[in-house]
Design a binder for this molecule. Structure first.
Ligand code: MF3
Ligand code: CO
Ligand code: CO
Length: 277
């Protein structure tokens, strides 16, 4: 690494392939991401009435897959690196990549549902937290602050700022509440690829990292723990949990940098962006 950042201007035809350079996408990409992001957000809107005590993770996964296919899309996670499900469901101390099973959601759980439909080749990647039944105030507070972290990060997503400004805004807000920001998983470039450059770290210093330019498309998806930032991977090779077993929360949007700010592709058409729904 020489400290320089590579950017590559791409057309819709040339937007595939991982070169390590940060892609600067054109209007066709924004149009594609708008459509994919809308299906992703509508999937999470659809699931709201189903996130209740007694529902199984597998039932949620089936609903996500069916809704995705009914909307002419394909779940990106299905068959991705051997992953065999249509979404990730991360409960309580699970940080991310929770695997749908026959396990039942119970009152008091805080649950992240992460979906990524592919629409005409474009990936709409988004997740939200859901409060199951009666959730204690400490857990609700974590969920609220995590959503604030995402939106404070998005506020920094504009030309001239740097990725470090996004990380700094998220880290500052989380640590003000004495929460831990997960380091082991990042946001990422997204588009015709599921995971592309750059890595979007959720901590940082102002003015550091790649400069943000119009046409960049990436996710911001902070994972915030009540306790320490450290995670460990379970034996299934996917499920990441907090080492200290503290509760963890996450929200994710896919965004594109515009001339004067950013566009959120995965905003809820119904305004159901964060609980209570
Ligand atoms: N949707 C996740 C993300 O935000 C990735 C899940 S990959 C899986 O990047 F294989 F674990 F599903
Ligand atoms: Co993502
Ligand atoms: Co995701």
């Amino acid at each position: 690494m020489n400290g320089m950042t590579d950017y590559i201007t791409v057309t819709a035809e040339a937007a595939t392939g991982r070169t390590g350079a940060i892609k600067l996408h054109g209007p066709e990409a924004f149009e594609g991401m708008r459509r994919a992001g809308r299906v992703a957000a509508e999937t999470l809107d659809m699931i709201v009435p189903h996130m209740v005590p007694g529902v199984t993770m597998a039932e949620i996964d089936d609903l996500v897959r069916q809704f995705t296919l009914d909307n002419g899309a394909i779940p990106a996670t299905l068959g991705y690196r051997g992953y065999a499900h249509s979404c990730c469901i991360s409960i309580n101390h699970v940080v991310c990549h929770g695997i749908p099973s026959d396990k039942t959601l119970k009152s008091g759980d805080i649950v992240n549902l992460d979906v990524t439909p592919i629409v005409d080749g474009w990936h709409g990647d988004t997740s939200r937290m859901f409060l199951i039944g009666d959730v204690p105030i400490k857990a609700r507070k974590l969920v609220d602050v995590t959503y604030e972290c995402l939106m404070l990060g998005i506020e920094q997503a504009k030309p001239g700022n740097h990725l470090g400004d996004i990380g700094h805004a998220i880290q500052t807000h989380a640590e003000r509440h004495r929460y831990g920001v997960v380091r082991d998983f990042c946001g990422h470039g997204v588009g015709q690829m599921f995971h592309d450059a750059p890595e979007v770290v959720h901590v940082g210093r102002p003015g550091t990292g790649p400069e943000l330019r119009p046409g960049m498309i990436f996710t911001i998806e902070p994972m915030i723990n009540i306790g320490r930032p450290d995670v460990k991977l379970l034996d299934d090779g996917w499920t990441a949990v907090t080492r200290d077993r503290s509760l963890s929360a996450q929200f994710e949007h896919s965004i594109g940098i515009t001339e004067n700010g950013c566009e959120i592709f995965t905003a809820s058409p119904k305004g159901l962006n964060n609980p209570p729904y």
